[in-house]
Design a protein around this ligand. Structure first.
Ligand code: C2G
Length: 129
């Protein structure tokens, strides 16, 4: 069967995260989701509100997700492709082209982001209260 993989922080899980997970799961028979650890988010310059352990458990609980794993370094993608026998790597369009160096090993898919929702936007709205 065909295995799909994607990567992300998935902080304050919202419909934009669910949409891309659902769409990517439809492209294959198995979906692996790598969730950025708190330490890796520091490297990415992000400070998630929800701790890694909770973000991982939430993603693992989604019916479209077959396996949730930690993402703790940029370089693990090439290893993950081998470890999980990945056929397709999918990301939101904000990452368009960023992982094309892996196109020798996997099919790259970049899907449109869901408009009107983002963790940043949610934080801004919540800070108004
Ligand atoms: N996303 C989306 N629509 C939104 C918000 C997010 O489609 N409104 C997608 C992003 O494009 C990404 C996924 O949801 O593919 C996860 O988003 P983030 O948690 O913001 O992921 P990011 O911090 O960009 O991490 O190595 C890759 C990085 O770990 C990606």
């Amino acid at each position: 069967g065909k295995t799909v993989i994607t990567y992300g922080t998935f902080d304050l899980f919202h419909i934009g995260h669910l949409n891309i997970i659902k769409r990517l799961s439809a492209l294959g028979d198995r979906l692996v989701v790598a969730v950025s650890t708190d330490e890796f988010n520091a490297i990415k310059g992000k400070r998630p509100i929800v701790p890694y352990e909770q973000r991982l458990e939430i993603v693992q609980s989604i019916k479209y997700v077959d396996l949730a794993i930690p993402e703790d370094r940029w370089s693990q993608k090439r290893e993950d492709i081998v470890t999980y026998d990945v056929d397709i790597m999918g990301m939101g369009a904000d990452w368009e082209g960023k992982f094309d160096d892996l196109s020798d090993q996997v099919e790259l898919v970049y899907l449109p982001r869901t408009d009107g929702i983002s963790t940043t936007e949610m934080k801004r709205v919540l800070s108004a209260f």
